[in-house]
Design a protein around this ligand. Structure first.
Ligand SMILES: NC(=O)c1ccc[n+]([C@@H]2O[C@H](COP(=O)([O-])OP(=O)(O)OC[C@H]3O[C@@H](n4cnc5c(N)ncnc54)[C@H](OP(=O)(O)O)[C@@H]3O)[C@@H](O)[C@H]2O)c1
Length: 244
């Protein structure tokens, strides 16, 4: 709680998959939630209803993180009245192809969304957090951003870029009591990984299974909510041993 008001979390990409699990965990932890999605309002409304069932408030914002003006138009006004205690930058896309066949559009759309989106969102939010002199930021990267993945040169570049951006930001804002960390999931059971050839992939994972969205959400919630914390500027892998 901040004074008598509940804490507030802004979850970018909270309508489905990992983001949905993060929203619900944070709500159980006592956070009100600002949930964003790109277009799937139906899914977002369902998550909002689940949050409200948990007794917390939830507001939905719909925008494309690749569109700077849209991000600003959606968030600037609400930020004048309430500042999130935690921001989870979770939204992201993949457009996989071997690099030799990768189109400029596949490269551009993944970089514009995943990496430029970080600037669009965090640059819109950070000033209000600096003013409050408190906050937690968690950026969702990927094992692909840590060790690279064939067929994902664009995605790996964007996710490695997020690690660099988060680490640099962590150095800039620590003095203002803002904690920044990265969570790097391996293979997690969501719509994004639905079409992957599981039988070929499982032998590469020491734990021999995909992770669940909730297994990512638990560490994100810890990084957003734990009071006794000294973790800053770190990349926490949640990957069943895929990257050791
Ligand atoms: N699943 C995995 O195995 C895995 C592994 C490593 C990292 N990750 C990362 O974890 C994050 C979540 O993955 P996921 O599997 O949960 O994905 P998902 O099921 O595809 O959900 C993506 C979420 O991000 C939102 N989103 C996507 N593009 C957006 C855009 N341009 N603007 C605004 N919102 C956008 C979606 O909104 P709509 O519902 O409106 O489309 C949705 O809420 C991503 O950053 C992904 O790269 C996933």
């Amino acid at each position: 709680m901040t004074g008598s008001q509940p804490k507030l979390a802004l979850v970018i990409g909270g309508s489905r998959g990992i983001g949905r699990a993060i929203v619900l965990r944070l709500a159980r932890e006592g956070f009100d939630v600002w949930l964003t999605c790109r277009s799937n309002m139906e899914a977002a409304e369902k998550v909002k209803a689940e949050v409200e069932k948990l007794g917390r408030a939830c507001t939905i914002f719909m925008f494309d993180i690749a569109d700077h003006q849209a991000v600003k138009a959606a968030l600037e006004k609400p930020l004048e009245t309430r500042v999130p205690d935690a921001v989870v930058y979770n939204a992201g896309i993949a457009k996989d192809n071997l690099f030799v066949f990768m189109t400029k559009n596949e490269w551009d759309s993944v970089l514009h969304t995943n990496l430029d989106g970080f600037y669009h969102v965090m640059h819109t939010v950070i000033f209000s957090m600096l003013r409050e002199k408190r906050g937690r930021i968690v950026v969702i990267s990927s094992t692909s951003g840590e060790i690279g993945q064939a067929g994902q040169v664009n995605y790996s570049a964007s996710k490695a870029g997020l690690i660099g951006a988060a680490k640099a930001l962590a150095r800039e804002v620590a003095r203002k009591n803002i904690w920044v960390n990265v969570v790097a999931p391996g293979l997690i059971d969501t719509e994004m990984t639905q079409d992957l050839p599981k039988d070929r992939i499982l032998p590469m994972i020491p734990m021999h299974r995909f992770g669940t969205a909730d297994e990512v959400a638990s560490i994100v919630t810890f990084l957003c909510a734990e009071q006794h914390m000294y973790i800053h500027g770190q990349v926490i892998g949640v990957n069943g041993g895929l990257a050791i």
